[in-house]
Design a protein around this ligand. Sequence first.
Ligand SMILES: C[S@@+](CC[C@H](N)C(=O)[O-])C[C@H]1O[C@@H](n2cnc3c(N)ncnc32)[C@H](O)[C@@H]1O
Length: 295
Amino acid sequence: MKCKLSFLLNRLNKWIFIPNSRKELFYILKEFLHLTEKDFIIDNEIDISYTKIKELISILKRRNQREPFSYIFQKKEFCSLDFKINHNVLIPRPETEDLVEITIQEIRKWNSNSLIGMDVGTGSGCIAISLIYYCDQIQLIHALDINPKAIELAKENASNILKQKIHRLKFFNIDLINQEYNYKEFFHFIVSNPPYILYEEYKKLKPEIFFEPYTALVVEKPLYFFYKFFKKCYELLKNQGKLFLETSPSLVFLQTKILTKIGFQKIKILKDYNHLERYLIVEKPQVVPTLELSP
Ligand SMILES: C[S@@+](CC[C@H](N)C(=O)[O-])C[C@H]1O[C@@H](n2cnc3c(N)ncnc32)[C@H](O)[C@@H]1O
């Protein structure tokens, strides 16, 4: 069937019942039919089969159930790179793109081209892969996740995006909180976007969030989790190594207390584009060896 795009938009608009439906429909059509904005502006005529229209309607039904766009199309752009996404991983967020930028800015201040880093809770691999892609000062990153299916997808993204740089990234399916990880004082930096939504906050979020993996989002016992998490980071970092963390304004106070108690110093709190406290940068101090006094 041949029709103008405006005709198709008007017809399909009856099948979508979510906020900003017209805009959503526009994005879905653009993605599904591989169109450009210009096609819509000049109201191009397209040739579309009934099978395709049926497929489109089933996509609209999924959106009506509030399944996120990125799960339907299995993709998300992050730091201008194309990541494959599925239900086993969090959909990468713009706040996390800023965590990557902050990390790269800090790394650029270091006079070294053989930095070793770790990404805790790698999910789709978006942080570790972007860091390797954009920052040649990094020699190696260990990317960890408790979820084996996330590791599987992160590996696929790494081989699609990093190509010949892939040897600079290693993946580990490990629970950093409860399992041993024998790389003490090995890392110059650790970067992480860990689960940081409190359960009470989670229940009030928009319906799309419930399609994302619960364990990637919610921290049920924040005191326990972050005490163990930061203690592990302290052990794994070299002296003067840094931890770059994405967090939530509700946790910053608790986290800075724990970090100080463990021994981290130079705590910096940075805000996101909504002026919310979103990132922590902390340093493991230079440990001065104590003198052995002979009796
Ligand atoms: C908020 S998601 C971040 C995913 C990805 N880094 C991003 O920024 O989009 C947190 C990730 O941490 C992982 N995770 C949760 N607890 C963990 C643990 N104890 N050890 C390792 N990974 C963990 C989850 O499986 C999830 O993939």
